[in-house]
Design a binder for this molecule. Structure first.
Ligand code: OXD
Ligand code: MN
Length: 639
């Protein structure tokens, strides 16, 4: 069937196309797989536009079927993009180009008419750290330099996908166009992709987010590694909220290429949420049931690679507690007609950091990931399995290990076998503790919001905000040690407000005002700050973390129920003496060090927050948040 038959180039022939400056080439294209008839007129038009721009050899309209997956797996095997992992059922290993291993924050842009719609404009913010703005003209130029003809000789895949359960009123639809079969197979895990989505699109309002992705070709035309085509030097990730549009070039790595995730569910999502009065956040969602059988749901925002997946799948050490997982990375939260904040996980799978995942740290993840999973940049073993740092190494006995670069590996090399940002991409339904309501189209009611990060010094295990405005301030003031999830080097303590610094779709000052305004829309949850990563003066972790974090959740649960198990402190409410249940915990827990609030540290912390607000947010900082800082400084001064 010819795509030409579905009216190619409408609009484009009568004048320059509205959003792309590219030379139009009218070609006849064969739809190699799928049926263009299933596309709505608006989707067809978008596909045609991308075809004109990218000039693929053929088009594949994804139906989401298992047969299609078989076909693409075969193709990727032939191209060397994936290797089979015969130790497991339907698992695959992809090794990327070593220059394409993480999100690229410095090459990620939001396009709005005015700069201050994207980022706070302050006299001091050079360079700003709350996102990158690009003008319409520069966006067009960036596309024009990279996209024309970028899919020559390749197949263009059209992926209809839903973020959130198909047909839920809280869900949103996207169409991703890509030239990467790896992206197709990963999107089929991470989102609900395929024909049912087009049915909803046809029967609903027809709205979708446009997501164009190409792995690109270097300017020289020569791919360094044909099994993982990419163009790291010219990688760019563009978002245009006004048109609900994403354009990503040059990288096949998850956060840059699986456009439903960070680009749509967070950056474009946060702008839609602002317009429509809800929240799109970098948060896990879990349900916790106490020994009395009462259940609450909690959402938690931690920066990338700070243990969201581990918390979301926690096995509580506290007897009688049960944790169930709704999501491990993203929450869309909206007040219902009764004023209850309800959340859905817009994703359909887990794109988790592999290193550090083990039977000891996250047995539930280990029970999830060894079927139907695409691993990226982990090491492989001679028995057809995988390996990464932190995984129980007893099983390596008598095996040889091939590292993420494809070289024979030994511990003695001193080099990691798996890339620190290596991942598993696995279906959420396989999680043995997936919450029974995880696909409830009404969402789950959220009783508490947690903020947190890696803070080796000064920040206690847990504290509670005095009220909503204080909670918003705590989110705004979040800081954490940097991780391997993006291109940052070294372990510096970075500001990462709301764990959203790389993911804001609009000006952070406006984002704060939006959060503050939530109080007027319904019953806001209690807000807490947690820190599993505080270290002793000898550099040892003071808290065992993992299953013992249930003890912190227990205190939070009791606070949600209104128990008066807290005492005030200058930074917020701390568990009162004896309120944190540490009975039966292994080893000695130094509670006084864990909850110590050194005056000098907090004076410095307040000054640092002040400097950050001044330099990065400036006049965009909402007054109530500025007042919270003034109050914190005054309380800390009197410590
Ligand atoms: C992720 C990230 O991949 O936050 O989830 O980087
Ligand atoms: Mn994340």
């Amino acid at each position: 069937m010819l795509l030409k038959g579905v009216q190619l180039l409408r609009g484009g022939l009568v004048g320059p196309p509205k959003s792309y400056n590219f030379r139009l080439v009218c070609r006849s294209l064969s739809v190699q797989y799928g049926d263009a008839k299933v596309l709505t007129p608006a989707v067809k038009q978008y596909v045609e536009k991308c075809v004109d721009l990218c000039q693929p050899e053929r088009v594949h309209i994804c139906d989401g079927s298992a047969g299609e997956s078989k076909l693409l797996q075969g193709l990727m095997l032939k191209q060397g993009t994936i290797l089979p992992l015969p130790k497991y059922d339907n698992c695959w290993l992809a090794r990327t180009n070593p220059a394409d291993v993480a999100r690229v924050e410095s090459k990620t842009f939001i396009c709005t008419e005015r700069r201050e719609q994207t980022v706070p404009v302050t006299p001091k913010a050079t360079p700003g750290t709350l996102g990158n703005w690009i003008s319409e003209a520069d966006l067009q130029a960036a596309i024009g330099e990279r996209f024309p003809g970028c899919m020559k000789g390749r197949t263009m895949y059209v992926i209809p996908f839903s973020m959130g359960p198909v047909g839920s009123p809280l869900s949103k639809i996207g169409i991703e166009i890509t030239d990467s079969p790896y992206v197709v197979e990963s999107m089929k895990i991470m989102t609900r992709a395929g024909n049912p989505v087009l049915d909803v699109l046809r029967e609903g309002d027809g709205q979708f987010v446009k997501c164009l992705h190409s792995v690109g070709t270097p300017k020289s035309g020569v791919q360094v590694q044909s099994s993982w085509p990419c163009d790291p030097e010219r990688t760019i990730i563009l978002h245009k909220p006004a048109d609900n549009e994403i354009v990503s070039y040059g990288s096949g790595y998850g956060g840059n290429s699986l456009l439903g995730k960070k680009c749509f569910a967070l950056r474009i999502g946060s702008t839609i949420a602002k317009r429509e009065g809800w929240l799109a956040e970098h948060m896990l969602i879990l349900g916790i049931t106490n020994p009395e059988g009462k259940k609450i749901y909690v959402a938690a925002a931690f920066p990338s690679a700070c243990g969201k997946t581990n918390l979301a799948m926690m096995t509580p050490s506290l007897p009688g507690y049960k944790v169930e997982c709704v999501g491990d990375d993203i929450a869309w939260m909206k007040f219902d007609s009764k004023g209850v904040l309800r959340a859905i996980n817009p994703e359909n799978g887990f794109f988790g950091v592999a290193p550090g995942t083990s039977r000891a740290t996250n047995p539930i993840a280990m029970d999830t990931i060894f079927r139907n999973t695409v691993f990226t940049n982990v090491a492989s073993t001679s028995d057809g399995g995988v390996y990464w740092e932190g995984m129980e190494s007893a099983q390596l006995k008598d095996l040889t290990v091939t590292d993420w670069l494809g070289k024979l590996w030994s511990k003695e090399s001193g080099k990691p076998a798996a890339h620190p940002n290596s991942r598993f991409c696995t279906p959420a339904t396989q999680c043995p503790i997936i919450d029974p309501a995880w696909e409830d189209s009404a969402g789950v009611p959220i009783s508490a919001i947690l903020f947190g990060g890696r803070r080796p010094a000064g920040v206690p295990l847990v504290y509670e905000a005095r009220d909503w405005t204080h909670g918003v301030f705590i989110g705004a003031a979040m800081r954490s040690e940097s991780t391997a999830a993006a291109e940052h080097k070294g372990k510096v303590i970075m500001h990462d407000p709301f764990a959203m610094r790389p993911f804001f779709g609009y000006n952070f000052g406006d984002y704060l005002s939006h959060w503050l305004s939530m109080e007027k829309r319904g019953t806001v949850p209690k807000v807490f700050h947690v820190n599993w990563f505080r270290k002793s003066s000898e550099g040892k972790f003071l808290w065992p973390g993992f299953g013992d974090n249930s003890r912190v959740l227990d205190w939070i649960f009791r606070r949600v129920q209104g128990e008066k198990c807290f005492e005030d402190s200058p930074i917020g409410r701390l568990p009162s003496k004896g309120a944190l249940n540490v009975s039966g915990i292994e080893g000695n827990i130094d509670l006084s060090q864990l909850f110590d609030l050194p005056k000098a540290f907090w004076q410095q912390e307040a000054l640092e927050i002040e400097r950050y607000f001044e330099e990065q947010v400036g006049g965009h900082l909402p007054r109530p948040v500025a007042e919270q800082l003034t109050e914190l400084k005054a309380r800390v001064a009197n410590m």
